[in-house]
Design a binder for this molecule. Structure first.
Ligand code: MOS
Length: 756
């Protein structure tokens, strides 16, 4: 069993710690992007194209411009220059739609920005945007759901997955498949899904021309990556980096759609530049379906060849995903395929199909989530075909190393997760016959699936201050997207300095702070651990220098290495902590307001010279209830086990996994974006029509962590969580649906019509 005793009770690590930013949120004092007010603030509302393919031939802004309170109707002819940005290594300068707004007259998707109305009030701007008349030469859009590869090999693609895994090949997959006693060949489909964070995308842009070194652009943005956004904006407005500042204090969640900038942000900044006043632009819920990304539709053919006992002989995963006419996004469905099982013959390939839709984007567990839906479903189909328990099938095919790279796993306890999950769920009482399990007049279905998600680190820097009022401040230009990063930063500073969390102040979400990681890839926590600990060590070292060098100090003449800091008190190691002095007293005595320390940690992600395969693992066990009389399907119980290294905040950790499972229920049963074949518009572009899982859809979700520290990632062994909770869950649900109903649904979401 996992051990939990290696943290002392007083340690702020590996405990349930409530959010330090909770009071600010529940009292309404937390400032989200649209909460920042400035004198003279104007409101901007973009105008979106009402065709999805063709050319903008004319724009009549006459009526809109004459409306009282309208300050400008900006379009290609008067917006001023917006340049392209270029990607850099290490996730810099990235946009998922490379073309800036208004660059040409071509229309590639419905809702593409063609103008922006700027006015004294939001209502006036909205009315003016509605009054802009556009004419087009329109062609029929291609939003066909069936996907065939029509690839453009020159396209630059961005992906969270290590690049060398984009295509994978080993052994003789075709030959082994042909000769296998058991063969499966199925295609699984996931629909286009749209991110629906509670807080819509928003920008508040302020130009300050008074700076002597040229104009200064400050952008408040609901962003998962302020550092990248600053790099992009500096390029788009032709400014040195130091003339752009990006601020994101709070984010009403982001599921990948806020990782990289979209066109509305530079549009707001350009509008503010043209009118000479601060501008706020908030997308409507409907616009959220147009210009800020989607998880692209995928079509994945999985072929498995196996022995009659279930040993895998060949695995082929050939997937195609939908892409827009403009984007660089790669939906890396094959990320997990090469390493998740022991199989000597394997092939992963991908293709893309261009459609007149908005750009694809990362969405919680990009690639692996749709990918594992397909491959884990195929494993469950194999288990059913040969009548072996799906848990036993997975254990039978457990790999010893990452066979995709030939590297050892840093820390993999997948089998233990299956065994613990089965025990906690009561899996071994499962009767395999379809529809044979009943409770209270309901038919039960039990299903399971494994899950995995990548691990690693982005580059990160941090600063720690120890102040003469006995507090500590930790600063890092990362973001808290609702996951608990404020709290993790405080825990880390508290852990290293020995000061209680209440004494820690956290600053994040501001590019004037040391550059921090994207809030993405579930890598944030892993990335900030070494940077913050190093910064704290550096600040402590400065404190010891003060303690040893100040006349009034009881430690005068001691070497910094002979001194230690515990629970806020400095003491000589030789004398022990009993004679410690509060560190703030030492600072006071030396007339030092604060000591400061910087820490840096390099990226370890997608490194071709990596020594270990870094991933997290786990599994979901799911119960559904089925009432054929009224065609009612519910997910009634979920047990999830996660092997994600050391969990730093178990409360926030369980919360993240539950959130992933809830989104997975939405993925399996509810979510899909439909496009109108006539005009290419997303049809169900509202929260009434695009269904996500809500509380009423969410059953009790039991979460267990294995808690094996992964010291390859950082000294605390924290790999990070957030996305893995959504991986595999759709396959577990569809397997439970099959167990209850006998219907194998291979196109998500499961519809009631599928089950009748
Ligand atoms: Mo996540 S899709 O990396 O925000």
């Amino acid at each position: 069993m996992p051990s939990t005793q290696d943290s002392a009770p007083a340690s702020p690590i590996h405990r349930d710690i409530v959010r330090i930013d909770g009071p600010l949120k529940v009292s309404g004092r937390a400032q989200y992007t649209s909460d920042f007010h400035f004198p003279g603030l104007l409101y901007a509302v973009p105008v979106g194209a009402t065709i999805a393919n063709g050319k903008l031939t004319g724009l009549d802004t006459g009526v809109a411009e004459k409306m009282p309170g309208v300050r400008a109707i900006l379009h290609r002819g008067n917006i001023g220059p917006i340049y392209r940005s270029t990607a850099q290594p290490d996730f810099g300068g990235i946009c998922e739609e490379r073309r800036p707004a208004f660059e040409d007259d071509a229309i590639r998707y419905y809702g593409q920005h063609i103008a922006v109305a700027v006015a004294e009030t939001f209502e006036t701007a909205k009315a003016a945007a509605d009054a802009v008349r556009a004419t087009y030469s329109a062609e029929k859009p291609n939003v066909a759901e069936h996907l065939e590869t029509d690839d453009d090999p020159d396209l630059v693609i961005t992906t969270f997955g290590p690049r060398h895994r984009l295509d994978s090949h080993r052994g003789d997959p075709n030959g082994a498949f042909a000769g296998a006693p058991v063969k499966l060949d199925y295609t699984y489909i996931t629909p286009t899904e749209t991110h629906n964070p509670l807080e819509p995308h928003a920008t508040t842009a302020v130009w300050d021309g008074a700076i002597s070194d040229g104009p200064m652009l400050t952008v408040y943005e609901s962003s998962q990556g302020v550092v990248n956004l600053r790099t992009v904006l500096a390029q788009m407005f032709g400014l040195p980096l130091e003339n752009v500042r990006v601020i994101t204090k709070f984010v009403g969640s982001g599921f990948g759609d806020k990782l990289f900038p979209w066109t509305h942000c530079p549009l707001a900044a350009a509008a503010a530049r043209q009118v000479g006043r601060p501008v706020r632009l908030v997308l409507s819920r409907k616009m959220m379906f147009h210009t800020v990304g989607n998880r692209p539709r995928t079509q994945q053919r999985v072929r498995i060849g196996a022995t009659s006992e279930g040993k895998l002989l060949s695995l082929q995963h050939d997937y195609i995903y939908q892409r827009s006419m403009l984007d660089a996004h790669h939906e890396d469905c094959g990320e997990a395929t090469p390493f998740h099982y022991n199989v000597p013959n394997l092939r992963v390939t991908f293709g893309r199909a261009k459609r007149n839709v908005g750009a694809g984007a990362d969405m919680r567990g990009p690639g692996a989530v749709p990918g594992l839906y397909a491959t884990e479903s195929a494993m469950n189909e194999l288990a059913y075909e040969i009548q072996i328990d799906p848990v036993k099938l997975r254990i039978l095919n457990e790999p010893k190393i990452d066979e995709g790279t030939g590297l050892p796993f840093s820390s993999r306890h997948a089998v233990e997760s299956y065994e613990l999950g089965a025990e906690k769920f009561g899996w071994w009482k499962r009767r395999p016959g379809i529809g044979t399990m009943k409770r209270d007049g309901l038919t039960l279905g039990w299903g399971m699936a494994g899950c995995t998600w990548l691990a690693g680190r982005f580059a990160a820097a941090a600063n720690v201050l120890l102040l003469d009022d006995g507090t500590v401040r930790v600063a890092c230009a990362t973001q808290d997207i609702g996951t608990g990063t404020y709290t993790i930063l405080a825990q880390l500073a508290s852990y290293r300095t020995g000061l209680p969390i209440e004494k820690v102040e956290v600053a994040l979400g501001d590019t004037s702070l040391p550059p921090g990681p994207l809030s993405g890839g579930s890598l944030t926590t892993a990335s900030i651990v070494p940077a913050v600990l190093a910064a704290a060590d550096s600040a402590i070292s400065s404190l010891m220098t003060v303690a040893g060098a100040t006349k009034e100090s009881p430690f005068r003449g001691r070497k910094p290495d002979d001194l230690a800091l515990e629970n806020g008190r400095v003491f000589a190691k030789a004398d022990g902590p009993a004679n410690g002095v509060p560190f703030e007293d030492l600072l006071h005595g030396a007339n030092v307001r604060l000591v400061t320390g910087d820490g840096n940690a390099p990226a370890m992600f997608g490194d071709p010279k990596a020594k270990y395969s870094l991933h997290s693992y786990g599994c979901h066990f799911v119960e559904v209830t089925w009432q054929p009389e009224i065609a009612r399907l519910r997910v009634s119980r979920v047990v999830t086990v996660i092997d994600a290294g050391k969990i730093l905040n178990t409360l926030a950790g369980r919360n993240q996994i539950r959130g992933g499972v809830v989104m997975g229920i939405g993925m399996a049963l509810l979510e899909h974006t439909s496009y109108d074949p006539q005009n290419g518009a997303p049809i169900n572009s509202s929260m009434a029509d695009y269904l996500v899982a809500v509380n009423a859809d969410s059953p009790p979700i039991e979460v267990h962590f294995l808690d094996y520290p992964d010291k390859e990632v950082n000294e605390l062994g924290a790999r990070g969580i957030g996305e893995i909770g959504k991986a595999g869950i759709a396959a577990a649900i569809t397997d439970a649906v099959h167990h209850a109903t006998g219907v194998r649904v291979r196109e998500l979401p499961v519809k009631i019509e599928d089950l009748l």
